[in-house]
Design a protein around this ligand. Sequence first.
Ligand code: ADP
Ligand code: MG
Length: 454
Amino acid sequence: MTNETWGQVRNALKTSVGENNFNAWIDPIRFVSLDASTAHFTVPTNFIGSWVSQNFGDVILRHLISAGVPVERVEFNVDAAHASKAVNGTKAPAATPAQPEARRSSDDLPGATLNPAYTFANFVVGKPNELAHAAARRVAEGRDVTFNPLFLYGGVGLGKTHLMHAIAWELRERSPDARILYLSAEQFMYRFVRALREQDTMTFKQLFRSVDVLMVDDVQFIAGKSSTQEEFFHTFNALIEEGRQIIISGDRSPVDMEDLDARIASRLQCGLVVDLHPTDYELRLGVLQHKADLARAANPSIRIAEGVLEFIAQKVSTNIRVIEGALTRLLAFADLVNKEISLEMAQDCLADILRASDRKVTMDEIIKKTCEYYRIKQGDLVGPSRARSVARPRQMAMYLCKKLTPRSLPEIARRIGGRDHTTVLYGVRKIEELIAVDSQIAEDAELLRRMLEE
Ligand code: ADP
Ligand code: MG
């Protein structure tokens, strides 16, 4: 990569992260070199390095890739003039494969990067996640494999990936020789498809079956992908039979994952299944306080007025990633204008996030609005009637629940009259088909959606 390419990427980044973030965080970093798929940058301070790595590492990587740079990792080091210590080394030591002859270069190691910030020490425990945290801790002790497999599930941004990385870090520390493999289900699939293409599935199988601990994140990704699931199932069984630990995460419970191979689902249920619940106010505030403490420790000039963190915890949605993003943005802004973070600044600076968090549609609202719109009774909509005048609005409600809420088909089925989830799937597809050919239905769907979202 040339400095010119980096210049183009910087411009793209400015648009994507916004002027304030750009000036505060991206502008100070300097491109140094690209080697072995790692782009190296220097940063003026440790603090900037950590923020950039944690909050902008992904965006920078994405933009580099879309500019055609052959890169898989980004690394930020404090300028050699100041120190040569790597900040937040984003490349984690990869798991050691058992078949050395099978690996040609380190790029071939299948482990994903572990985020150095995702440790147990940085995980704030509250009611919604205490069970998941306790289970993760227990597995991370690595003494016996009573909880096997451990299945963690929950909505987006509730800490699944964080907990998995924390387990991996802890296991690595406790048993440096253990072969621990952490990767996303997507990467698993990618490896598998590549092995098929290269007619090298033996190596693939050997590699995956040689690990002591296998961690697969976001397993919902392979639901419905039949040959990958088949391979995953075999790997899974082979490891379980040998008493190796398996840890898996997903966005919903195994029973609610519609396209997941039934054998995998039942295997998963044999282990320990724990969920991360949507956050409550206390947990959100706890996370904010923790992050604010970290930021203040790194930069003592940061000042946050009383009530600001409470305000964010109250107003911003349940997703911890969004909450963190809000705080990061505020910190960057305050740093830039060199002022204390006030309530007013928070309201101003976070207007878009606050608006988005206001607009959470629930299944109850959908049912209510749909009934008003079609002038039918709620009892009829969720009841057993098969009359056409009720059946179509019911399908519309199912469709809207699927599109506007994060609810799964079985959850929608339970809320709308205790039906089977295939009925919901049928209803959703029916409305999708009709929208394409029937302008009246298309208009109904559009109007309802607008009424619900505003
Ligand atoms: P998921 O994998 O469930 O979508 P992540 O693990 O990626 O969610 O978490 C999203 C962000 O929120 C991460 O930056 C993570 O560090 C942070 N986070 C989630 N839960 C906690 C927690 N309990 N304490 C501190 N940070 C958390
Ligand atoms: Mg995740």
